[in-house]
Design a binder for this molecule. Structure first.
Ligand SMILES: Nc1ncnc2c1ncn2[C@@H]1O[C@H](COP(=O)(O)OP(=O)(O)OP(=O)(O)O)[C@@H](O)[C@H]1O
Ligand SMILES: [Mg+2]
Length: 399
């Protein structure tokens, strides 16, 4: 896998500058001396001196990720730092940052979920943002899939199983990830897979839904189109864990085909691409989506597509893999496999290990989504969450 290493990145050649930080607004720390910061202009990063940036790994839609070294750790450990930007300008982004940090903290400890090590909040522009210090992982699955590395069926079983173990943990807390795709799954050089990027994830437990509050409605969001389940595009009603299972099916197919399964250029094209492989759905099934958009979309005279055989698409995959694809990538949400059913499928029998399948044991409380509506309240919540995380962390592993 040497040609796919993501840790290579762009080297940040500019010399860092050392500055004093601006204290956070309304903070007690205004009374205390401010620690020194190191500025990395090229990445717009402001860091505590213990962290030294090595390279720029990537710019996603919400943040910049750099690899760095923790100079204070015993072996100068390599780490990744994701800066979530613009959080103080836009309340949606502020909420997204709170969500990401709350969920990373909640799921911390599972080996198939990225490990959050430390957090930092910076208020000084243009370096302002939430800095999430995470374990550094060598590759992401998109790079591995689009490399020349050959996969045996055993590799694919192991990859799929590990993603499912991470997802089982997430779903067991009544959380949906909503943006599963190869770029959001990291791969270590030892072949361990870790789900990352919880920016779009949401709790769905009825226990925490406030029916009077509009923001508890989780229909409006923009996840990566190619992995988007058809019910999301067509029905736009409240949806559940099935959308993650659809994405898992798409990733599973991509592991064989080495290219995304449904490459839609827009929503309509996306549905068309799905129809070309799954066949046009029955009218009764479209009716079950309960949406006029869906009904109208499939109104005659639309071209009718026949279902294709997975064995034609992926001739090198086994019959069991074809069967599993059928049960994940299907129009009907009622019959789409749940994460537990998927783990139980015979395709994964060889790689299963019950010890790798823990559950969280409590549901994720997402009432902050509607309890805190003003920007100021959310800013205070973010600071409190960062401080709590640091406190907990220092108890178990002092920095
Ligand atoms: N801990 C890490 N170790 C190594 N690389 C990482 C790590 N976290 C993220 N990356 C790399 O940075 C990319 C972007 O990270 P992430 O998905 O968390 O950010 P994002 O801004 O939400 O991205 P996007 O909107 O593109 O999904 C990942 O696809 C991966 O290649
Ligand atoms: Mg991402």
């Amino acid at each position: 896998m040497t040609d796919t290493k993501v840790t290579g990145g762009t080297t940040l050649l500019t010399k860092p500058t050392i500055v004093q930080t601006q204290p956070p607004p309304q903070s007690q720390s205004q009374l205390q001396p401010q620690p020194q910061r190191v500025i990395y202009e090229k990445a717009n990063f402001s860091l505590a001196p213990r962290y030294k940036v090595v390279s720029l790994l990537g710019k996603g839609s919400y943040g910049t990720v750099c690899s760095a070294i923790d100079l204070k750790s015993k072996d100068e450990t390599s780490i990744a730092i994701k800066k979530v930007s613009n959080i103080f300008n836009k309340d949606v982004l502020l909420k997204r940052a709170i969500r990401e940090l709350k969920l990373l903290a909640f799921f911390k400890g599972h080996k198939n979920i990225i490990n959050l090590i430390d957090l930092d909040l910076v208020y000084l522009k243009p370096y302002d943002g939430l800095y999430c210090i995470q374990e550094l992982v060598d590759y992401d699955l998109a790079k591995v899939i689009h490399s020349s590395v050959q996969f045996s069926e055993f590799h694919i079983q192991s990859f799929l199983y590990q993603i499912l173990c991470g997802l089982k943990y997430i779903h067991s807390a009544d959380v949906i990830h909503r943006d599963l795709k190869p770029g959001n799954i990291l791969v270590t050089s030892q072949g361990v897979l870790k789900i990352c990027d919880f920016g779009l994830a949401r709790g769905i437990s009825n226990q925490f839904i406030n029916k009077n509050h509009r923001s508890s409605n989780i229909t409006n969001y923009v996840a990566t189109r190619w992995y988007r389940a058809p019910e999301l595009i067509l029905a736009r009603r409240n949806y559940g864990k099935e959308i993650d299972m659809w994405a898992i099916g798409c990733i599973f197919g991509e592991l064989y085909g080495r290219k995304p399964l449904f490459i839609g250029e827009d929503q309509v094209h996306q549905i068309n691409e799905i129809c070309k492989i799954l066949g046009t759905p029955q009218r009764s099934l479209i009716f079950s989506y309960g949406s006029t958009t869906a009904w109208e979309y499939f109104a005659p005279p639309k071209p009718q597509f026949a279902k294709q055989d997975w064995s034609k698409l992926y001739p090198h995959a086994s019959n069991l893999a074809h069967d599993l694809l059928d049960r994940l990538i299907c129009w009907n949400l009622e019959t789409r496999l749940t994460v537990d059913q998927c783990i139980e499928h015979k395709f994964l029998k060889k790689v299963r290990n019950l010890e790798d399948e823990p559950i969280v044991g409590k549901t994720f409380d997402f009432s902050f989504e509607w309890k805190y509506s003003s920007v100021n309240d959310m800013k205070l919540l973010l600071r409190e969450e960062v401080e709590n995380f640091k406190k907990e962390r220092n108890k178990s592993y002092p920095l």
